[in-house]
Design a protein around this ligand. Structure first.
Ligand code: HEC
Length: 139
């Protein structure tokens, strides 16, 4: 078991270093942090570790903003659809705050509902915009 965990950890480190090679957006790093924090919430749910859930959800709610230059480029490209992109991000913030509150109240049911809303937000933005944003930065 320990060996398996070490192996998993090492492959994760290897993967992370591959991902950080070359010119990438700061947004991508922020996304990987969001992913880690979402996993933290999932882990907390399964362990009924409310402090872990709260920490993950708070980090999601307070996620770093992409640098101004990246945001400008995205907004400039999406034009009238930029409000959709920003709207999903705003909802993500509110949903994460709700999950952190539910964790403080030790309400696992509300945490799981909020987590589902968070994940729907991630997926909504990815489905709607990821490919396009990637093309904008990496074409
Ligand atoms: C407002 C839009 C938006 C929201 C909300 C969003 N993402 Fe993303 N996500 C993106 C975009 C755009 C990319 C592509 C970034 C790039 O490749 O530079 C991305 C890429 C990713 C990636 C791939 C990173 C990589 O190394 O290629 C992961 C993982 C990810 N997001 C996780 C999440 C999680 C978890 C959430 C929700 C908690 C989330 N995202 C919410 C827009 C969003």
């Amino acid at each position: 078991m320990k060996q398996l965990l070490t192996l998993l950890f090492l492959s994760f480190v290897a993967l992370a270093s591959v991902q950080s090679a070359g010119a990438e957006t700061r947004l991508r790093t922020i996304m990987n942090e969001l992913n880690m924090n979402t996993m933290k919430v999932v882990d907390g749910v399964m362990r009924e570790d409310f402090a872990l859930i709260e920490a993950g959800a708070t980090a999601i709610a307070e996620h770093e903003k992409a640098p101004m230059a990246e945001r400008k480029r995205i907004v400039g490209h999406l034009k009238e659809r930029a409000s959709g992109f920003k709207g999903i991000d705003g909802a993500l913030h509110n949903d994460a705050v709700t999950v952190a509150e539910a964790a403080r109240a030790r309400d696992l049911e509300a945490v799981v509902e909020g987590l589902a809303r968070i994940q729907r937000g991630c997926v909504a933005c990815h489905t709607g915009f990821r490919q396009e944003v990637r093309q904008l930065f990496y074409k």
